[in-house]
Unconditional design. Structure first.
Length: 145
């Protein structure tokens, strides 16, 4: 097959998604998508910063419409609120609700365990090399767009 790397990455991505979807917190929070979980984690990690939709678009390489849909779903599920800021009427700061904060540590723990599962048996040098390859691939695909 000509597309070995593409198929391997796609298969890995699907496997990771299925693994995460089987976690207890994902079962409990059926309305939380994988992307929503990543956004909650990002917001929790940057809780002392003002985060706007454009920041999430950049961080997760999402188009505006996708980011808007994911944020609307998170807001409807009660995980975030969007507040206007005084210095610019066009911007809305994204803030985690107490409900989202309640699940943040569980989401982080699932991510830690998944990272350990994925990297089991790799040396530190191999992981550094792998990550550099993945970053290069991300750069390549971004530049191609």
């Amino acid at each position: 097959m000509e597309y070995k790397t593409l198929v391997a990455l796609r298969t890995l991505s699907i496997g990771i998604r299925r693994h995460l979807d089987r976690s207890e917190v994902c079962k409990e929070l059926a309305q939380l998508t994988g992307t929503g979980g990543w956004i909650i984690g990002y917001l929790a990690d940057h809780e002392n910063e003002d985060i706007y939709q454009r920041d999430l678009e950049r961080e997760f390489r999402m188009c505006r419409s996708t980011a808007s849909k994911v944020l609307a779903a998170l807001e409807n599920a009660g995980f975030i609120v969007r507040e206007r800021v005084t210095h610019d009427d066009r911007l809305k700061k994204i803030i985690l609700t107490p409900l989202a904060k309640q699940y943040t540590e569980q989401i982080r723990e699932i991510n830690r365990k998944t990272e350990q599962t994925l990297t089991n048996g790799f040396s530190a040098e191999e992981l550094e090399t792998l990550r550099s390859y993945l970053i290069r691939m991300q750069h390549n695909i971004t530049e191609a767009d």
